[in-house]
Structures are given as structure tokens and as C-alpha cells.
Design a binder for this molecule. Sequence first.
Ligand code: NAG
Length: 351
Amino acid sequence: MAFFNARNSKNFLMAVAFLLLGIFMSGLEFTGAQSVGVCYGRIGDNLPSEQQVVDLYRNNGIGKMRIYDPNQATLEALGNFPDIELILGVPNEDIQALATDASVAANWVQGNILSHPPMVNIRYISVGNEIRPEDSAAQFLLPAMQNIYNALASANSAILLQLKVTTSVDATLLGSSYPPSAGSFSDSASSYIIPIIQFLADKGAPLLANIYPYFSYIGDPVNIDLSYALFTSPGVVVQDGAYGYQNLFDAILDAFYSAIEKVGVTNMEVIVSETGWPSDGGTAATIENASTYYQNVINHVKNNGTPKKSGTLIQAYLFAMFDEDQKGPAETERHFGLFSPNMQPKYPISF
Ligand SMILES: *[C@@H]1O[C@H](CO)[C@@H](O)[C@H](O)[C@H]1NC(C)=O
């Protein structure tokens, strides 16, 4: 408090200036260190209240959240804390209506973006999650994204400087991913995803990708070393031209970058919108392996880019905040939580 006992106004102004500088600088550090988010899935019948969940994020220093639908209680709880950045999801089952009727999109934007507390820090709208080319929603995805974008642009175009409309895809869209430089979208996915990549490039938006070394590992445990999937390999496992890969996470992410480059887009960011490892219910699904994965992926993305994008810190969202007892069909789907529904950590994790 002595700091504020300025004897004259000049000292007082200096004190205020230093105080503001300090706040400004600590703000910079905060955003710099905040590359890790956590997905808040709610497919469980025993989860804490939305307000308790937002408090749990804050108490653990988790500065980014992904939600899968515009749950009003979550948005209201977040409205008090603009320091939490949000990816807001549009459920897959809403895509067709948003695509075929612009007024539905205008109402969606009004009800879920513009009318809730203005302090909710929404950075990305993910229209759909893991839509695949054979899904009935696939043909409606780009028009739905366009309608939401247009609704935002006509209601409040300034908001589009910080809020990007995008979608979240999975690695099944890659026909080839090994080595990472050979990454490309499959023939069956191309007609669906390439116009979306072009839309994102046109708007300066990132692509969101769900990346699971766990599923790659259990799909091919003979050829994929567990240590490569868990970030514990002592050295380079895959040498790809000039780039050496010591972990599978980077390899899959760079395969996405290669696929996007092959479409002619070189400067798009890929944000990892989900990554995780189950602690029970299947091959390699143990508390020890899961805690190793989560801590290593946190440490990795906070300090590194991928080999192809070495100058850019990776943005990633861990899947998920809680074990969700109503997910399935695989037993492992119920064991991806960092926390139990009673809000106790399942293993010690430092964010
Ligand atoms: C991790 O998974 C592997 C492969 O299933 C298993 O053999 C190993 O026991 C697990 N490690 C730990 C520490 O749980």
C-alpha cells in the first residue's frame, strides 16, 4: 500500500502509469501462456452445475473452453468472466435448418451471440463437429457457415474481427497422413471439405481439428510405438525431409497442414479442438498412460509449434473436463475426463 502513498500528483501519476504497465504486461504473459483449453462436454447425468464448472476452470487457471451447444446457463456463468475464451459449437442436428433458411441463422446469432451478456468472450463458432462426407449434414455445412457468417456481418460486422466462423473436423478426412508431408484430403472428402477450406481462407479463419494419437495407436499398435503416441520417445521416430517427428500428435497436425497446402492455402492456422486419452475401458487406457499423455501434451503445446510451423505455438483443447457417463458406445468414451463428476482431479495435472 505504500506504493499508493504518493506525496504529490506527479508521483501519483507515475504510480498509476506503473500500475497500468504492470497490468498490461501481466495480461500479455497471461495470453502467452494460455495455449491450453479444455472441452466441456455435458453428456452425463451427474455433472456439476454450469457455475461450478466455470469456477473449476478459473480455479485451475484454464483460460479456454469449448462447448458443444449454446447452453444458456454456461453462457450466463461465463458472462462474468471474459478472461475465459470460448469455442461455441453448433450441434450437427441444427446444421440443415441453418443452411436452408437464412432467418433461422439470423435468429440463432441473435439468441446465442448478440443477446447474451456481452462479456462472454466467444472466439470461434464451430458449426458442427466431425461431420464426415457421407453424413447427411455434409452438404449443408458450408451454407450453414455462410448463413451464420452473413447474419453476424449484417448485425455487427465489428464482431467478426475477433469472432471466426469455422468447423471442427476429424482425421478421417485425411486420405493420406504418412509421412506428414504426404498429408492430403481423401478423394471422398475433397468435394465437401475443399470449398470449406476456401471459405475459411477467404475469411481469415482457422480450421479446427480433433487429433487423437490414442486412436491411431490402438488402430495399429504393431507399427506405432506407444512412446511415439505418449510424447515419451527419446528421439526422432519419423524423419520427413527436413522435419524430424518425435511425437504422433505433431505428425497428425502437420498432415493437416500439408493437406491444406495442397489445396493452395499456405497461411491457415489449424487449432486442435480436441485431444485426449482415456483412463479406462480399453487397450492402453490406464490412469498412468492418460496422465502421461495430458501432461505431456500440455507441456508440448505451451512451448512448441509443430516441425512445419515451428514459429507458431500450438493452440489445443483437451478432451474433456469430465468423465461423461452417458457417452458411448465404446467404454473408453466414458473415461476421457480430467476430473471426476465430483470435481476431484483424476490425476495431478498442471495447466
Ligand atoms: C500403457 O499402455 C500399454 C499398452 O496397452 C500397457 O502395456 C501399459 O501397461 C500401460 N502403462 C501404464 C503405466 O499403465
